[in-house]
Design a protein around this ligand. Structure first.
Ligand code: PMP
Length: 395
């Protein structure tokens, strides 16, 4: 059987993709299919390939680690150099209350860990979350996801979940001394790139302090330079009690983490112990790749350049007559089309023209541009030209 037939017949999938590409190679911002077509990746595998596909330093770190060891033992039992060095580097970039890293496998697992940690630290069970938030697909993450259509078929989910409107000050009064945690994306991604007011974020922090609720930031999609800062919360004068990371963390390898204070984390270690167990969490090859990727992001100051690059995209594309407006922060853009223009139709045209873009889960009137942060000026110009040509072909 051909790969396409195997894909259709034997690969369980969350949605139908009748025109799925078969990619055989990737490099930098480019993907190549079986027929030799080249595509510019303006999605980064959904905010994963922040240092580009197969960055040489990431590949070399992976190769070095392959010569030493793969999986040795369940997470947390042995001292593994890539893991502890990565924890050291991440925490060196974080505030004093975020100095203990729990490595896991994915964004969803980071969310699960964060929710469990908040329950242990506070002894409470109510969780406050936000409409149009995406946090993952496991039962806990799904419980705090802010879209009923994706949830209703799986109830009962976690009890005592309160959903607030994002960036609405009045709603903060629903956070009380019963609330274990407030979980929020400091910039909402799947809602279509929504940036809250700094005043709101400060009020949120204050409310959590007053009620003794832990503030969880989900930076699974927005962390590691995507927004123009190493971490998205640096845009606001607030820090979380727990930070969730994944996606762009691994330089293309699967890894996630939740980060908090040592004191908080000890609640998972004692009485009862084994508060979160993970076999593959912080896999040594993933950690080696993540360490190399983070070093590249820091040394090349990729986050600083992300905003200039994002503005290049924004300035040119927003002038097009069928673009209504663009929401942009760093190299993360939500391009909103005017009424009557179909995003899914446009995405097909873009793909035909050699561009990979993506839709948002909770906003069907805009599309996402989020290329690797390593994209250079020529590649940006070429991408913009292709986007404009594709938009033109709607006439
Ligand atoms: N949180 C956010 C903000 C995300 O964007 C995602 C993935 N799209 C997740 C959590 C879940 O991550 P994963 O798919 O690795 O479980």
């Amino acid at each position: 059987l051909h790969n396409r037939q195997l894909f259709m017949q034997h690969l369980a999938a969350p949605a139908e993709v009748p025109d799925a590409l078969e990619i055989v190679r990737s490099e930098g911002v480019f993907l190549y299919d079986k027929e030799g077509h080249r595509f510019i990746d303006l999605v980064s595998g959904v905010s994963v390939s922040n240092v580009g596909h197969r960055h040489p330093k990431v590949i070399s770190a992976i190769e070095d680690q392959l010569k030493k060891y793969l999986h040795l033992m369940v997470y947390g039992k042995y001292i593994q150099s890539p893991q502890v060095k990565l924890a050291g580097l991440i925490t060196s970039k974080l505030p004093n209350n975020l100095q203990s890293v729990f490595f896991v496998n994915s964004g969803s697992e980071a969310i699960e860990g964060a929710l469990k940690l908040a329950k242990r630290v506070t002894g409470r069970s109510e969780i406050v979350a936000f409409k149009n938030a995406y946090h993952g697909s496991t039962h806990g993450a799904l419980s705090v996801l802010g879209n009923e259509e994706m949830k209703y078929a799986y109830r009962p989910l976690l009890p005592e979940i309160k959903m607030l409107n994002f960036n609405k000050l009045e709603d903060l009064e629903k956070i009380t001394t019963k609330t274990a945690a407030v979980i929020i994306e400091p910039i909402q991604a799947e809602a279509g790139i929504l940036i809250p007011d700094e005043e709101y974020m400060i009020a949120l922090r204050k409310t959590c302090d007053e009620t003794g609720s832990l503030l969880i930031f989900d930076e699974v999609q927005m962390g590691f330079g995507r927004t123009g800062k190493l971490f998205a919360f640096e845009h606001f004068d607030v820090a979380p009690d727990i930070l969730c990371l994944a996606k762009g963390m691994g330089g293309g390898m699967p890894i996630g983490a939740f980060v908090s204070s040592k004191e908080h984390m000890l609640t998972l270690t004692h009485n009862p112990a084994l508060g979160h167990i993970t076999t593959f969490g912080g896999h040594p090859v993933s950690c080696a790749a993540a360490l190399a990727s983070l070093e590249v992001i820091i040394e090349d100051r990729l986050y600083e350049k992300a905003n200039e690059k994002g503005i290049l995209f924004k300035t040119k594309i927003k002038k097009h007559s069928i673009v209504d407006h663009i929401r942009q922060i760093g190299l993360m853009l939500g391009v909103e089309l005017k009424d009557g223009y179909s995003v899914s139709k446009l995405i097909k045209i873009l793909q035909k023209n050699g561009l990979i873009v993506d839709q948002f889960l909770f906003n069907n009137t805009s599309f996402r541009i989020a290329p690797p942060l390593t994209i250079n000026e020529d590649e940006i110009e070429l991408s913009i030209e292709k986007v404009i040509n594709s938009l033109d072909s709607f006439y």
